[in-house]
Design a binder for this molecule. Structure first.
Ligand SMILES: C[S@@+](CC[C@H](N)C(=O)[O-])C[C@H]1O[C@@H](n2cnc3c(N)ncnc32)[C@H](O)[C@@H]1O
Length: 241
């Protein structure tokens, strides 16, 4: 079972979203474990201070190294072998492959920075740094939630339908084919007839073609990495699915 810990100064920010919908149900069933750890609990002194002004001057505050390292060490002691990642815009860009890697390791801790970030020395006590994209947020909590969600849904029993993950975007180096549901017609817009034929083979080929076309159009970088089969080439050159 996958176990995820989110180390944060604002546990209430991560608790509420985890309780909703698919993850909330999976947590309630015990299919996954995700919990927030309050970094402030590891700060010492009367005021449990977790941030301070930067050496050398400059805007804003920096998260102190001691509470972060104490929280990380506590986590490592309770959950041996845990993979500890610091959320940071300077980290490696998160993607589906990383989600699978994190999931396969079983235990994951995500450390959330705040303010101007964390004292650089804290980076020496984690196993890596992870970014969710080239933009800057006020804190790591939303990044941690994105990552936790993507990792948790790979766990068996979290999604109702275990096939859900298989055809999804990025799972086979392709974006997903378009999906439709009722009504059959909406404001003059129908759904592709082939999806109504009940011919599973043709539907499968149609979806494969749509996934290939979407990937070629929207993500030429992914498309360039694909090894196309003869059938793929035929579908792309206009053969009927
Ligand atoms: C305001 S940011 C600090 C940005 C830092 N001063 C910089 O320029 O790289 C505060 C915290 O938000 C989190 N954060 C912000 N953007 C992020 C992103 N794109 N991916 C992951 N974490 C992010 C990190 O934990 C970071 O320590």
């Amino acid at each position: 079972m996958v176990e995820i810990e989110i180390l944060t100064l604002f546990p209430e920010m991560v608790d509420a979203p985890l309780r909703a919908s698919v993850l909330g149900k999976a947590l309630a069933r015990g299919a996954i474990r995700i919990r927030a750890v309050d970094i402030r609990d590891f700060a010492t002194g009367k005021h449990q201070v977790t941030d301070d002004v930067p050496f050398g001057g400059g805007a804003g505050m920096v998260m102190k190294v001691e509470p972060i390292v104490a929280a990380v060490e506590d986590c490592r002691a309770r959950l041996p072998g845990i993979n500890v990642m610091l959320t940071s815009p300077r980290g490696r860009r998160f993607d589906q492959e990383m989600a699978r890697d994190f999931h396969s390791r079983g235990r994951l801790a995500l450390v959330c920075g705040r303010y101007e970030g964390v004292d650089e020395r804290a980076t020496q006590f984690v196993d890596g740094e992870v970014s969710i994209g080239d933009f800057v947020m006020t804190g790591g909590e939303f990044a941690a939630l994105c990552i936790a969600d993507a990792v948790a849904r790979l766990e068996r029993g979290v999604l109702g339908n275990e096939d859900s993950c298989q055809a999804e975007s990025f799972e086979r180096g392709l974006l997903e084919y378009p999906q439709y549901t009722r009504p059959r017609e909406f404001r003059g817009r129908g759904v592709p007839e082939i999806l109504l034929t009940g011919n599973h083979d043709r539907v499968k080929r149609f979806r494969r073609r749509e996934a290939l076309v979407a990937t070629r159009l929207r993500r030429p970088d992914l498309f360039a990495k694909l090894t196309l089969t003869e059938e793929d080439e035929a579908l792309l050159s206009g053969e009927e699915p």
